[in-house]
Structure formats: structure tokens, C-alpha cells
Design a protein around this ligand. Structure first.
Ligand code: HXC
Length: 283
């Protein structure tokens, strides 16, 4: 469901800060990732959203494009992040249509609740492949363009034209342990490691790689799957701030990391969860 304009990014950010920049986002038709892209587009970027579902991806791209006059947002559906070839083609198409790739959000993920006894090897492997192999493929397929952007937008602490940045969308499930989430927790731990290593390996060439770890965010498919409609109210008690987060608050964290304000943040992990993982009942 599209959000009203006032709800997709805070008004602390200056309009046009991402003018001329291109975002490539996997899982871009989902609630959280579409909000991240919408905020960046609202601040001037063009974008490619990548997804498996052709209609959903095209509709989301159109919706985001329409909300910001003058922007270009393309939807590349039918792309499974488990296929490096299909991601490479999506990256090439993005560069052909939008001129390059400056920012990447690796957001595609798979999730369901299952105890270890109810988790087949194939089920475990499926989530590892979507989340971990998919994130790796996203990094690999976009790396040549991220390197180009980083070279053209020197990260020297003075240049406000940022570029060559990747954010992996992780979670907080694996900081302790989460019932029925073994597969997802294992995958997100691996993604955290993937990001840290990319930060070290490509930092010297100007790329930054960071994690955003959303906590309980209202209105998302992930939360619906994890706690269900009836569990929503009760689980707010486990959040120190006493409420669920807004997708806008994940979008704001994204804007921060991609903007000039985030120049020196690399290999880091930004938890946006209202303090939830610090609660003894959650940790
Ligand atoms: C146990 C399950 C299962 C379930 C699927 N499987 N659902 N096992 N419990 N509820 C098993 C299947 O039986 C099969 O194993 C294996 O997983 C692969 O299933 P497929 O349906 O063939 O896989 P696929 O079509 O690729 O679908 C992947 C998916 C699906 C992950 C299972 O749910 C999906 O496409 N999800 C994408 C959307 C999504 O999940 N969004 C939420 C992301 S939110 P067998 O042994 O039978 O072959 C998120 C947030 C996390 O990630 C953090 C929150 C705080």
C-alpha cells in the first residue's frame, strides 16, 4: 500500500541531495525496501527495483516514479537473486537505462517460521540461498559500477557527491537466538560478515559497505509472518520505546548512510529497533 508523501522520509534532509544518482535495490517491491527507495527518489535519485514478481515490481516502480516529478524508476521483474546471471543482466539494464549505479540496497530475503524439527535441509538451504548467496550475487553483479561511482565521487571527507555505497538489510534475530528463526538468523549472521569483509576489501577503493538491522517495523510482511495479526499488540511490550518502528525510520537510516553525512561510516551495523535487542526478554 503506497504511503502518503509526508510519511516516507523525514524533513531534516535537503531536497536534491541524490540528484543524478542511481539506486539499485533487490527486494525493492517489499514494504521496507520500497520505502528506502522512495525516500532516495524523493531526494532526487533515480532507481531500479529488482524483484521476482513481474507485476508487483513494475507496479511499485511506477508508483514510486509517479510520486516524484522528474524521476525515473524502472522495475526489473522476473529476477531471482539466487541467479548471478539474472542479476548481472539487471545491473547491465540499469546502467543502460539510468547511466550507472551509485548505491545498492541488498534487500531481497525469504522468511517463514519453522522449528528446527520442521525445517528440511532444502528449506534451510532456500533461505541461505536467497539471503546469503543473493546478497553476495548482488554485491558481485553491481561491483564494477560501484567501483566506477566511487572513483568518480572521491570520498575524501570534503566531497559532498557520494557514490559507491552498499547497504545490506539484515536483522537482530541472531544477536542472541530467536525461536523458529534458525535459518534466517544463520543467514543474517552471514550477511553481517559479508558486509564487514566487503568494507575492508573495497574501502581502499572508496566503497562503503554497511548493514541496516531493522527491528520490529509495523506494517511489514516480515512482522506479519513472525508475530501474526493477533501478536502485534502484545509484542509492543518488548520494545523499550513501546511501539513498532515506521518504515520511514529505516528509510531515514538509509538516507544517512548514503548521504554525505555517512562518509566515514564503513563496515558498520546500524540497528534501528527502538532498543529491542537490548531487552533481556528478547536477548
Ligand atoms: C517449513 C517451509 C516453509 C514453512 C517453505 N518451506 N515454507 N518449511 N515451514 N513455513 C520449505 C519448503 O517446504 C521447501 O522445502 C523449501 O522451504 C523451499 O520452498 P519453496 O516454496 O520451493 O521455495 P521458494 O519458492 O523459493 O520460496 C522461498 C520462500 C518463500 C522463502 C519459502 O516464503 C518466499 O519466496 N519468500 C519471499 C518473500 C518473503 O519471505 N518475505 C519476507 C521477508 S521478511 P522441501 O524440503 O519441502 O523441498 C524478512 C525479515 C526477517 O526476511 C527479519 C524480521 C525481523
Amino acid at each position: 500500500m503506497p504511503l502518503p508523501k509526508s510519511e516516507y522520509v523525514s524533513n531534516v534532509w535537503r531536497d536534491g541531495i541524490f540528484a543524478g544518482k542511481v539506486v539499485f535495490c533487490t527486494g525493492g517491491a517489499g514494504t521496507i525496501c520500497s520505502a528506502q527507495v522512495r525516500a532516495l527518489v524523493h531526494l532526487g535519485a533515480n532507481a531500479a527495483i529488482i524483484g521476482r514478481n513481474v507485476e508487483k515490481t513494475a507496479a511499485m516502480a511506477k508508483d514510486i516514479e509517479t510520486a516524484r516529478k522528474g524521476s525515473k524508476v524502472i522495475g526489473l521483474g522476473g529476477v531471482d537473486v539466487r541467479s548471478f546471471e539474472s542479476l548481472t543482466k539487471a545491473a547491465e539494464q540499469t546502467v543502460k537505462e539510468l547511466g550507472g549505479i551509485d548505491y545498492v540496497i541488498a534487500g531481497a530475503a525469504g522468511n517463514f517460521l519453522a522449528p528446527i524439527t520442521g525445517l528440511s535441509t532444502n528449506a534451510f538451504r532456500t533461505v541461505m540461498e536467497i539471503d546469503v548467496v543473493g546478497s553476495f550475487n548482488t554485491l558481485k553483479a553491481t561491483l564494477p559500477y560501484l567501483l566506477e561511482s566511487a572513483a568518480a565521487n572521491k570520498n575524501d571527507g570534503k566531497n559532498p557527491n557520494t557514490g559507491g555505497r552498499i547497504i545490506f538489510v539484515s536483522a537482530t534475530l541472531h544477536y542472541a537466538g530467536t525461536p523458529f528463526q534458525t535459518h534466517v538468523a544463520a543467514a543474517k549472521a552471514a550477511i553481517d560478515a559479508l558486509s564487514a569483509n566487503a568494507a575492508i576489501e573495497f574501502g581502499p577503493r572508496g566503497i562503503t559497505s554497511n548493514i541496516i538491522a531493522p527491528g520490529p517495523i509495523g506494517g511489514t510482511e516480515g512482522m506479519e509472518r513472525l508475530v501474526g495479526a493477533e501478536g502485534m499488540e502484545a509484542s509492543k511490550a518488548s520494545v523499550p520505546l513501546g511501539r513498532y518502528g515506521l518504515v520511514k525510520e529505516i528509510a531515514d537510516a538509509t538516507v544517512y548512510l548514503f548521504s554525505d553525512a555517512g562518509n566515514f561510516v564503513n563496515g558498520d551495523l546500524l540497528v534501528v529497533d527502538g532498543g529491542s535487542w537490548r531487552m533481556p526478554m528478547n536477548g
